[in-house]
Design a protein around this ligand. Sequence first.
Ligand SMILES: Cc1cc2nc3c(=O)[nH]c(=O)nc-3n(C[C@H](O)[C@H](O)[C@H](O)COP(=O)(O)O)c2cc1C
Length: 169
Amino acid sequence: MAYFSRNGNNYVDGRIVNLPVGNTEVLAKMIQEITEGDLFRIVPVNSYPVDYTETTEVARKELRENARPKLSNRIENMDSYNVIFLGYPNWWGAIPMPVATFLSEYDFSGKTIAPFCTNEGSRLGRSLTNIIELCPQSTILNGLAVRGGDAKKAQNEVSEWLRELRMIE
Ligand SMILES: Cc1cc2nc3c(=O)[nH]c(=O)nc-3n(C[C@H](O)[C@H](O)[C@H](O)COP(=O)(O)O)c2cc1C
């Protein structure tokens, strides 16, 4: 399980609130508790501004430039994982660029990626296409989209998704 999540100010149900724990992190921990995998947080070296609007500007620039922001941590034993749950917020309809860095830093050929995403309405956006482009030799499973503000109460959706993917009985 690898996820990127930003804590700080964010839009939740149309309002700006300060989230000490990001929405994707809430969802990631819920999925990890059920699947009992290892948890890896994708952390960029340069953290994003706490301010929401500033973050959207940085993120838009990174997306436009197809940037690969440096990450501060690495998974040393990627070879030992066949299935990777990958969580991220929808940013401008796409994967956040630190997730693109993550997908570019390892060889995911032959591995299975199960994407999940929190968002404020655009659901998965183009993120599955982004992942397929970066990991053309991987199996990309059906993604789960959860509204950020609903992450805490997504247990049923999560279980249903995991059953559909045949990850749980
Ligand atoms: C830079 C940025 C861009 C965003 N773009 C979108 C978007 O295009 N569509 C959408 O539905 N939500 C968008 N959102 C809202 C986030 O996807 C949503 O708040 C998410 O739950 C945040 O997850 P996190 O707390 O784990 O970072 C955006 C948020 C940020 C900060």
